[in-house]
Design a protein around this ligand. Structure first.
Ligand SMILES: NC(=O)c1ccc[n+]([C@@H]2O[C@H](COP(=O)([O-])OP(=O)(O)OC[C@H]3O[C@@H](n4cnc5c(N)ncnc54)[C@H](OP(=O)(O)O)[C@@H]3O)[C@@H](O)[C@H]2O)c1
Length: 248
């Protein structure tokens, strides 16, 4: 039977690249969109062209809503039969120094990046455990130890490490792995809008590779982590950063 990969936030940016990459690699794919159905339709059309034999489905979802996330997981399982890989990709960033960040910005980032990722992983855990095999992936960040002006984002990504490590321990013996893939700097709406000019320059000037990453370089690592060959990679942080491992 074909394996299915679920990607939250697949209508643009990294999520879009992962949806297309997974479909091209032979997976059926379920992905979610929140703000633009037209963007989701564009991804469906791109998948139909790149991998016409694959089943690809799009579902509206705000991952902050636990009930809605459970309902989408049920629909995905009804529509596609099973899920092997769960990529908790949906994320937001709101800049602000700790002393002035609003409650609203703090909550939006934590509720989306950390609680939302928990909602998604939890919704599919019974399926993965029942199948005695599967992959859970989180999108981490080099900001996790701290990043000036990104207190909520850094805290949310640090929280993912505890979430991932706990899942690895709780379900590793069931054949399910949980890992954090850590992108360095990839050009998306998020980095265009939320990364300061000085951090952009830092990443490109002082990162050992001297450049941002290409989506294909991230997708290939994610595809490896989804594969059978990655069965013994569990509870890990896997950097795709060109060697850039911190920000000021
Ligand atoms: N780009 C990088 O260099 C980089 C580096 C490290 C980590 N990351 C992580 O990689 C992931 C993707 O980032 P990106 O750069 O591709 O960002 P992006 O271009 O801004 O895309 C973010 C995605 O998340 C979705 N999303 C946001 N809030 C959501 C919510 N409440 N419910 C459901 N979906 C929601 C968006 O959906 P809509 O389009 O519907 O708004 C969009 O699909 C994030 O977790 C980010 O933190 C990115």
């Amino acid at each position: 039977m074909n394996r299915t990969v679920f990607v939250s936030g697949g209508s643009r940016g990294i999520g879009r690249a992962l949806v297309l990459g997974a479909a091209r690699a032979g997976y059926d794919v379920a992905f979610t969109w929140r703000s633009s159905e037209a963007a989701a339709d564009e991804v469906l059309a791109a998948c139909a062209e790149a991998a016409p034999e694959r089943r690809v489905r799009a579902y509206p979802l705000d991952v902050r809503d636990a009930d809605a996330t459970e309902a989408v997981a049920e629909r995905v399982l009804d529509d596609l039969g099973s899920v092997w890989g769960v990529v908790c990709n949906a994320g937001v960033s709101r800049n602000g120094l700790a002393f002035s960040l609003s409650d609203q910005d703090w909550r939006e980032v934590l509720d989306t990046n950390l609680t939302g990722a928990f909602h998604v992983a939890r919704a599919f855990l019974p399926e993965l455990i029942g199948a005695r095999g599967g992959r859970i992936l989180f999108l981490g960040s080099i900001t996790a130890p701290g990043a000036t002006g990104q207190v909520a984002y850094a805290a949310s990504k640090a929280g993912l490490l505890g979430l991932c490590g706990t899942l690895a321990r709780e379900v590793g013996r069931k054949g399910v792995t949980a890992n954090v893939v850590v992108p360095g700097y990839f050009e998306t709406d998020m980095t265009r809008e939320q990364v300061s000019a000085s951090n952009h320059e830092f990443a490109h000037r002082f990162g050992p590779s001297g450049r941002g990453g290409e989506m294909a370089e991230l997708t290939s690592t994610v595809l490896f982590l989804l594969s059978d060959g990655a069965a013994y990679v569990n509870g890990a942080q896997v950097p795709v950063t060109g060697g850039l491992d911190w920000v000021p």
